[in-house]
Ligand binder design. Structure first.
Ligand SMILES: Nc1ncnc2c1ncn2[C@@H]1O[C@H](COP(=O)(O)OP(=O)(O)OP(=O)(O)O)[C@@H](O)[C@H]1O
Ligand SMILES: [Mg+2]
Length: 636
């Protein structure tokens, strides 16, 4: 899908009233919208599609309704033409940029009084001729344009009056409705915060290839995944993750909930038949063009294989995954697949024969963002491959007695087993004096069990003043109120808990919403206070999180990579306490180490192939030679 500031591809519905004041409609399943100027410098929006001739609307006196633009939807009412354009299935990042261009360019073209500047009028009368209008694409928005726009907008029109803010009791600080800025850079457009290696993966994903990208903990895989989702058409893009917590992290659903094949037990034939019999499951598989999976390391290889077969069967398309673009991300040196006891041994996705068939391009993110100090980063990189030197062991043992608490906020204890963390939270809460408040979630009808599995918010939350809690949503990223932030309940205000966080900010935790798509595509909703008790947390549930104050006992670790996941939640060695570190708790799965050796060779080969350009003879020879050497090495 292409897109950019003056160009957008999306679905469009045009609606207008004809003479007989009957509403007429035309739908364009895939339309291209372009912002253009004629020789009078007047701006137009041009709509083209395969089946329809281009039409143009003058961009004068338009009303833009952009409330759902993060879902890829907006509407533009052309007052003069009396026509409304409904945009849908637009990549949200591109839609935001496109609407921004309209806003900035139109405002920049206006003088103070909101009219087209006189110079243009004289120019138009001079140039008025029956010459066929020539059009050119609008130039990208420049800083001068934005500056011009800001200058030209009389204060009154800069805002879209928001509904009058509820006057809080005896709170005279609220003076009438706080005006909302008509346009402010949305988080979706600041792709500039992607670093070059992340940007490269984003561009590769937009190129339509099947991509697997990996990287050690904190290299921004999930951060990038959210940008990729926002740059793809939402109606045909499915964001998933292997666990409910990780799915919440990327604003998606679990892979199991999307796939509609239960836990994957049964033969492939049986699962294919079953998927065909469930019309909504089959429809989802047919509609999906881009399937995104975070934490791919926790998806069982057998399940992955069955998914691939079901996709081909339901879509009647023999390409891998039935031609769906796969965008997979995760770190196989973190948590492995969770398979029920007694089931045949776990297999990683890369161990299923269809992996190599499916993946076309691989990338590895190297720049770590979660941690800043290079000593801790190198310790984590060593732990990740199961290598523990004496220095590393001494350094981690040395953290066992350090004080990491501050402002009454205790460290979160990471436990290898969920029951242990539940026990600790319950007992610590009961030790607190004071009144206990119960927060029961409001769920879509009888969806509590499913929402328990798919959302990080608890169905029942007991709190008291003094309770150690963790924030479960990105409430205010700039203020550090993000998913995983730690705090303590200091009081209740109008029945809601007021939490003071490590950065001393206080926040009243009012009800938030979590949405999950059901297997029949309907949206389920959980409304709950965005907090959970955080004296203790299970390592599996902490996967993907960044924790600002954490302690752990690794003695009961039972999985390869589990110690690495626990340690890599911490942001620095000063906010981490390892109670009983022992190098025997740290090991990496040998199959995974071998996979990454092969993977790096493949990435190197790929690195020689600059995206989009054919191989030079010299490179070809180099690759051939490397393959011969590899073969000889194997034969030895
Ligand atoms: N390009 C970036 N610029 C600034 N901060 C970033 C960037 N990429 C990621 N981050 C920040 O780094 C932290 C870790 O990012 P993220 O959780 O995406 O890493 P991850 O690779 O998914 O980690 P894990 O393997 O633990 O899931 C987050 O706080 C995120 O906001
Ligand atoms: Mg992640």
């Amino acid at each position: 899908m292409e897109g950019g500031d003056s160009f957008l591809s999306c679905a469009v519905t045009l609606e207008w009233m004809n003479q007989g004041s009957i509403t007429r409609k035309v739908n364009y399943k895939t339309a291209s919208l372009r912002l253009i100027r004629n020789e009078f410098r007047e701006m137009f929006m041009e709509i083209t599609s395969e089946k329809h001739a281009a039409i143009r609307f003058a961009l004068k006196s338009v009303n833009v309704f952009k409330k759902f633009m993060v879902e890829g939807k907006a509407s533009i009412k052309f007052q003069e033409a009396g026509c409304t354009l409904f945009i849908s299935n637009a990549p949200p990042t591109n839609l935001v940029g496109f609407l921004r261009t309209i806003f900035v360019k139109m405002t920049g073209d206006k003088d103070k009084g909101g009219n087209t500047t006189p110079a243009k009028q004289t120019m138009r009368s001079k140039l008025l001729s029956n010459k066929a209008q020539a059009f050119e694409e609008i130039s990208p928005v420049t800083v001068a344009d934005i500056h011009n726009a800001k200058k030209n907008i009389p204060k009154s029109t800069l805002t879209t009056p928001s509904p009058p803010a509820k006057k809080r009791k005896n709170d005279d600080s609220v003076k009438g409705p706080a005006p909302k800025k008509l346009y402010s850079p949305s988080p979706l457009t600041n792709t500039c915060s992607l670093n070059p290696e992340q940007q490269r993966v984003l561009e590769a994903c937009l190129g339509g290839k099947n991509i697997f990208f990996t990287g050690s903990a904190g290299t921004g895989k999930s951060f990038l995944l959210k940008r990729i989702v926002a740059a793809l058409p939402p109606d045909v893009t499915v964001a998933t993750a292997s666990t409910g917590v990780a799915a919440c992290h990327v604003g998606g659903t679990t892979l199991h909930a999307f796939a509609g094949i239960g836990d994957g037990s049964g033969t492939v034939e049986h699962l294919c038949e079953r998927a065909m019999k469930l019309p909504l499951v089959a429809q989802k598989w047919r509609k999906c063009k881009h399937l995104i999976i975070d934490e791919i390391s926790m998806v069982d290889g057998g399940f992955f294989e069955k998914l691939e077969a079901v996709a081909r069967h339901v879509r009647k398309n023999d390409k891998p995954f039935g031609g769906i673009q796969l965008i997979l991300c995760g770190d196989f040196l973190q948590l492995p697949p969770v398979v029920d006891k007694g089931k045949n041994g776990k297999r990683f996705c890369f161990q299923s024969p269809c992996w190599d068939k499916c993946i076309q391009l691989c990338y590895e993110l190297k720049q770590v963002h979660r941690q800043k100090d290079s000593e801790f980063i190198s310790i984590l990189n060593s732990i990740r491959i199961g290598r523990v030197t004496k220095e590393i062991s001494d350094r981690l043992v040395g953290t066992s007695r350090q004080k990491i608490e501050s402002d009454g906020i205790l460290a979160t204890r990471l436990c290898s087993h969920t029951n242990d963390s539940k026990m600790i939270n319950d007992s610590k809460l009961s030790d607190l004096d004071g009144e206990e408040k119960i927060f029961t979630s409001q769920d879509s009808d009888n969806a509590t069990k499913l929402l328990d599995m798919q959302t990080i918010a608890p169905s029942k939350l007991l709190l008291k003043v003094g309770a150690q809690v963790m924030l479960l949503k990105n409430v205010n990223v700039n203020a550090g109120l993000v998913n995983g932030a730690r705090g303590v309940v200091v009081r209740f205000d109008e029945g809601f808990p007021v939490v003071r966080f490590k950065n001393k900010k206080e926040y009243t935790a009012r009800t938030e919403r979590w949405y999950v798509k059901n297997s029949n595509g309907s949206l389920l909703c959980r409304r709950q206070v965005p907090l959970n008790l955080a004296w203790a947390f299970s390592i599996h549930k902490s996967q993907g999180l960044t924790l600002d104050c954490v302690e752990m006992s690794l003695s009961k670790i039972f999985e390869a990579g589990q110690a690495y996941v626990a340690l890599s939640r911490a942001q620095s060695l000063d906010t981490l306490r390892v109670l009983d570190f022992d190098s025997r708790h740290v090991w990496a799965d040998p199959n995974v180490l071998e996979f990454y050796q092969r993977f790096r060779r493949r990435v190197q080969q790929m690195e020689i192939i600059p995206l989009g350009r054919p191989l030079s003879d010299k490179t070809n020879k180099k690759l051939k030679l490397r393959e011969i050497l590899e073969k000889q090495m194997k034969q030895r």
